[in-house]
Design a protein around this ligand. Structure first.
Ligand code: DX5
Ligand code: ZN
Length: 220
């Protein structure tokens, strides 16, 4: 297990009219990555942003872009997101006909590949490709919206994956996404996550003091 947890703020809770400034502020506040939720109104019932926005945001930070694709079919868009500046590209197995081919497509562009598991999806979906990828994203809410309640049963998958990754000495990181707050962040870290995603907690707590909120998530 890595020593310090990384914090990947989700800009879904940011002010979309000033995303460049928001991202710059997140870097100053100590974020490790920028989590970008891409939604198509088809794979999930919400629509957000696409590759052109990501490309322009790239100018506002040197932090890696952790791009969470909730779009289907995803395969044909990997190139666009890779060229726009995504550093990690995470996909849901349900959004492609051939998971291995899509992972290879991400790798072809020299990007880190992530696979995301919805709350009801078991780890068996990711085990066969674990040695091919860089990250497993455990969804602790059903994807689509920020501000939902954390589903604590999903931590069981974190624990199982932690064991599997450590036993096999793989370099795969475990990220958790959805409903993370100051309390469950502690148990998620204990369960073995490497990266915490957080939108609402980082942007809305303590009158929006993002620096303080990142610090609490990381250290408490
Ligand atoms: C949900 C997204 C999450 C979400 C997290 O579909 O993948 O990244 O924005 O936001 P909070 O922390 O508010 O649950
Ligand atoms: Zn996300």
């Amino acid at each position: 297990m890595s020593s310090a947890v990384k914090i990947s703020p989700s800009i879904l809770s940011a002010d979309f009219s000033k995303l460049g400034i928001e991202i710059f502020e997140l870097e100053k506040a100590g974020a490790d990555l920028i989590h970008i939720d891409v939604m198509d109104g088809h794979f999930v019932p919400n629509i957000t942003i696409g590759p052109d926005v990501i490309k322009d945001l790239k100018k506002h930070t040197s932090l890696p872009f952790d791009v969470h694709l909730m779009i289907s079919p995803v395969h044909k868009y990997i190139k666009n997101f890779a060229e726009a500046g995504a550093d990690i590209i995470t996909i849901h197995p349900e959004s492609t006909d051939n998971l291995i081919e899509t992972i290879n497509e991400i790798k072809k562009f020299g990007k880190k590949a992530g696979v995301s598991l919805n709350p009801k999806t078991t780890i068996e979906k990711v085990l066969p490709v674990l040695s091919l990828i860089d990250l497993v994203l455990i969804m602790s809410v059903n994807p689509g919206f920020g501000g939902q309640k954390f589903i604590k049963e999903t931590l069981e998958k974190v624990k199982l994956l932690r064991k599997e990754i450590d036993q096999k000495k793989l370099a795969v990181e475990i990220e958790i996404d959805g409903g993370i707050n100051f309390d469950n962040a502690k148990i998620a870290k204990k369960a073995g996550v490497d990266i915490l995603v957080s939108g609402t907690t980082i942007f809305k707590n303590n009158e929006g003091n993002i620096k303080k909120n990142i610090e609490i998530l990381r250290n408490h």
